[in-house]
Design a protein around this ligand. Structure first.
Ligand code: SAM
Length: 247
């Protein structure tokens, strides 16, 4: 997969995201990351990339033309069709299903805003979708782009050493393909068996794979209900059970 990042700080995304699994995905030839700086496509001595907003008010707005030229260069660098994503607090919230969808694409172009954002006409003409990484405002799209790169890269086949580990992560659909709620991951333990902070649950030492799978499912279900009840369809419960839960 190829990911191009259009940003005033194009190296920043690679520096933040390019370690561990993402770095390895690059070394294994699964991912190539490229940066494009709109300032390199700006004209004039000052290579201006922003200007004051029409209608007044604080802040600056990113100009259409340098961004458009940078996007065109990014698109032209590879013949595969690219989906252009603008990182924006106004976008659809990023989730694991979206990360999977993006990881199946041959190419992605991530557009990072700065200042008050980008001239709306550029967004309307060039952007396929807007993605947010949460209901808060960052000063630039680079950290959000790094989040997308990381979430996508670890899903590329061969990026993780243990193919199982992504499938068992939080928010992944059940492995049997029969549907069901997206659960949070179960708790994990490693050596030592007994520590001053507590002991490992005995079932994990039992060697009984069916018991271990059942315990992990129960734990995942329980903590999903406790921490993220919005992920579970509680309407399937009887009114009496609902009352118990709400009590
Ligand atoms: N005026 C914009 C608004 O209120 O919607 C915020 C602009 S923000 C200061 C500058 C840039 O940071 C945005 O253009 C966007 O690229 C990025 N950004 C900020 N918050 C983000 C978020 N939650 N998710 C993704 N990108 C974000």
């Amino acid at each position: 997969m190829r990911i191009d990042v259009v940003s005033l700080f194009p190296d920043f995304v690679a520096q933040v995201a390019g370690h561990g699994v993402v770095g390895r995905a690059g070394e294994r030839g699964l991912l190539s990351l490229h940066g494009w700086n709109p300032r390199d496509f700006a004209e004039g001595n000052y290579r201006r990339v922003d200007d004051r907003p029409f209608g007044g008010g604080p802040g600056m707005v990113m100009l259409i033309d340098p961004l458009r030229a940078a996007l065109a260069a990014a698109r032209a660098a590879d013949p595969a069709p690219a989906r252009v994503v603008y990182l924006s607090p106004q976008g659809r919230p990023l989730d694991q299903a979206k990360a999977r969808e993006l990881a199946a694409l041959p190419r992605l172009v991530l557009l990072c805003g700065r200042y008050e954002g980008v001239d709306e006409r550029l967004l309307a003409a060039e952007v396929d979708e807007e993605l947010s990484i949460g209901d808060y405002v960052l000063s630039g799209g680079e950290l959000a782009a790094a989040v997308v790169v990381d979430a996508v890269a670890r899903l590329l086949p061969g990026a993780l050493n243990d193919a199982e580990s992504a499938a068992q992560d939080s928010f992944e659909p059940p492995a049997d393909g029969k549907g069901g709620p997206l659960l949070l991951d179960c708790p994990h333990y490693t050596r030592p068996v007994v520590h001053a902070l507590g002991a490992v649950p005995p079932v994990l030492l039992s060697g009984n794979h069916a018991d271990i799978a059942r315990w992990r499912y129960q734990q995942a279900l329980g903590r999903t209900w406790q921490r993220r009840p919005d992920l579970i369809d509680l309407t399937a419960l009887s009114p009496a059970d609902r009352r118990l839960l709400d009590a």
